[in-house]
Design a protein around this ligand. Structure first.
Ligand code: SAH
Length: 247
């Protein structure tokens, strides 16, 4: 397990104190890579004050314009959500999340994404995520402070590290997972083909693409598998165009 390949992404954090508390929580647990998507105030004295001895993480924090940019190179993107969603993404609790992440982190970059204090993550941002992690808190009062949520998730990652690499054998046979960018390319092509073969109505897409993402996300697609699927899509597209031309 490589904690160095695991990044924490905070999306549009309002309070710089939370960014500092996050840096401290991460460093306590041995994580070091912090990405900030459009933070309201950063750098900021309050962030450094709350980080205590973890200001090095703030110095190295990467500030991004969009979530897509923050997770571009990642093979696994997990969104932390305080709420259950209308379409259930595959959902972990923090322990299951850490068990899943541990073997993958040897191979690919991994992002765990935390939302705004006021409103969490949007559905579009969740579309960038292959899985959700939910801390099974009191259902009547489920939302933790964002830095506290990060602490819980990072603690479970550390526990996995300390437990050693027991689950690695099974995962070692896996090929390299496709990156978020490669998956986005596939979904784009898929949508295009589904429109061309009249399966998807561009004016009434409903939730088809989101449901397909959910289906594929459950399988943790490898790069080679994405290439096969894209090959099939291209072949379907060629046939559809030939059929259209001969009409
Ligand atoms: N009011 C917001 C909650 C924001 S809390 C909402 O209803 O969505 C800020 C962030 O902390 C969330 O976006 C999430 O990433 C994280 N968080 C808070 N509570 C959590 C929980 N129980 N499980 C997982 N993540 C949680």
């Amino acid at each position: 397990m490589k904690l160095a390949n695991i990044r924490i992404v905070m999306v549009e954090t309002t309070h710089p104190g939370n960014i500092g508390a996050c840096a401290r929580a991460m460093k306590n647990m041995g994580l070091s890579r912090l990405h900030l998507v459009k933070p309201a105030r950063f750098p900021d004295n309050e962030a450094f004050a709350r980080a205590a001895g973890a200001s090095d993480l703030l110095d190295q924090a990467v500030v991004c314009d969009s979530l897509a940019q923050a997770v571009e190179t990642c093979g696994v993107v997990i969104g932390a959500s305080a709420r259950r969603r209308s379409i259930a993404w595959p959902e972990f609790n923090p322990r299951e999340c850490a068990e899943f992440v541990a073997p993958q982190s040897d191979e690919v970059d991994i992002a765990i994404v935390f939302g705004r204090e006021s409103s969490g993550l949007t559905n579009e941002e969740l579309d960038c995520c292959s899985h959700l992690v939910h801390i099974p808190s009191n259902e009547a009062f489920s939302s933790l402070n964002v830095a506290a949520a990060i602490q819980v998730v990072c603690y479970e990652l550390r526990m996995q590290l300390l437990q050693g690499e027991g689950v690695q054998g099974e995962q070692a046979v896996l090929d390299q997972l496709a990156t978020s960018e490669e998956l986005e390319g596939m979904y784009e092509q898929m949508q295009q083909v589904l429109i061309e073969i009249d399966f998807l109505d561009a004016d009434k897409p409903r939730k088809l693409m989101r449901r397909l993402r959910r289906l594929y996300n459950r399988t943790a697609l490898e790069r080679r598998e994405v290439n096969i699927l894209r090959g099939i899509l291209s072949a379907a597209q060629r046939q559809a165009r030939l059929a259209a031309d001969s009409q």
